[in-house]
Design a protein. Structure first.
Length: 102
């Protein structure tokens, strides 16, 4: 019988790269625009932001974030929630004005 020796330590070369190094080395994702082609605006709307809010809520509930990440996640969630509440209020006011004027 042969014995297998497992190395539980990761080699130094396998350490996670610095975030700045990755940002500089990695190309931007997505399709590469052709020269002279018009770049379309991203398709992002309030429904997408509501979906992001739900994803953050679900991920937090399921324990997807480490404890030291929760402050940033919570701040982002609160900022997003405040923005969505503001937009919803504006939309309701515009609808009310439209009904009063029309």
């Amino acid at each position: 019988m042969s014995e297998e020796v497992k190395n539980t330590e990761a080699p130094a070369e396998a350490e996670a790269p610095n975030t700045e190094q990755v940002a500089q080395a990695a190309p931007a994702s997505g399709p590469v625009p052709t020269p002279g082609a018009e770049i379309a605006a991203p398709d992002l709307n309030i429904n997408d932001l509501n979906a992001v809010k739900s994803i953050i809520d679900i991920a937090t509930t399921r324990g997807a974030f480490k404890a030291n990440e929760l402050e940033a996640v919570g701040k982002t969630y609160n900022k997003l929630n405040t923005f969505l509440e503001h937009v919803t209020k504006q939309q309701q006011e515009q609808q009310a004005q439209g009904k009063n004027n029309g």
